[in-house]
Write a protein that binds this ligand. Structure first.
Ligand code: NAI
Length: 246
């Protein structure tokens, strides 16, 4: 069964639905279990099985409770997608310490806590797939010192877990999307004072395939990386940017 964090909306929701279509039972994890209903209902309507789990991935006790609920409700996890994320963008001289800590906390600490909890089941069963959400921002992005550091940090985290867990049948990879059309990029449009439509059009003009990404584009790549057949792919960072970024 698959655990997807931040799966109430956006990339996480699309990934949860895709992995359910692939035949996995799915734990839909997000801050508030009630927000997960849309994803859970979409999976049920397609004949899949999903469970809503409320958890803050940056909180150790909350992560422990989430795994208890997941294992009781759906069984032991074989797949973990560390997708939960937030942005708190600002130029360095205006970037507050709480905004630094919050972003590092959700992306890095959250992926660490979730992966550490999941690996116990995976290594014991001799099979596991972990996918972390990095970003093209890992290469540097104005106004995102905190987010860029977290997304670059996740790449080192991914490679190290791949080295440590490989002998137990567990692969660990990252996807690094460019512009994907979600609430997160809608919030960025608002911050820079553009309508979402204009923001999308200007982003698409810079992308070789001449469009922005959809959550399903990321879900498709995750579906491959967590498949049984991808067992010789580990420690990789797959850029999903409609071109050679990264
Ligand atoms: P989104 O903002 O639409 O969804 C993120 C979800 O994570 C929300 O449902 C939110 O409630 C949840 N979340 C936030 N903090 C949490 C916490 N502490 N515990 C549990 N859940 C939490 O974002 P989107 O766009 O779907 O992004 C998903 C992931 O993909 C993020 O890690 C993001 O950084 C990454 N990404 C997104 C890109 C984009 O262009 N949208 C590009 C590259 C990476």
């Amino acid at each position: 069964m698959a655990v997807i964090t931040g799966a109430a909306r956006g990339i996480g929701a699309a990934t949860a639905i895709r992995l359910a279509d692939d035949g996995h039972r799915v734990a839909v994890v997000d801050l508030d279990a009630r927000d997960c209903a849309g994803t859970v209902d979409a999976i049920a309507a397609r004949g899949g099985k999903a469970l809503a789990v409320g958890a803050d991935v940056s909180d150790e006790d909350s992560v422990a409770a989430a795994f208890e609920a997941v294992v009781t409700g759906l069984g032991e996890p074989t797949i973990l997608v560390n997708n939960a994320g937030i942005i708190r963008d600002n130029l360095l001289f205006k970037l507050s310490t709480p905004d630094w800590d919050a972003v590092l906390g959700v992306h890095l600490r959250g992926s660490f806590l979730m992966s550490r909890a999941a690996q116990g089941y995976m290594t014991r069963n001799g099979f596991g797939r972990i996918v972390n959400l990095s970003s093209t921002s890992a290469l540097g992005n104005r106004g995102q010192a905190n987010y860029s550091a977290a997304k670059a940090g996740l790449q080192g985290f991914t490679k190290t877990l791949a080295i440590e867990l490989g002998r137990f049948g567990v692969t660990v990879n990252a996807v690094a999307p460019g512009f994907i059309q979600t609430d997160m990029t809608a919030a960025t449009a608002q911050r820079v004072g553009l309508s979402f439509e204009d923001f999308i059009a200007s982003a698409a003009a810079q992308i070789p395939v001449a469009r922005v990404g959809r959550p399903q584009d990321v879900a498709h790549a995750v579906s491959f990386l967590v498949s049984e057949g991808a067992g010789f792919v580990s420690g990789q960072i797959l850029y999903l940017a409609g071109g050679p970024a990264g």
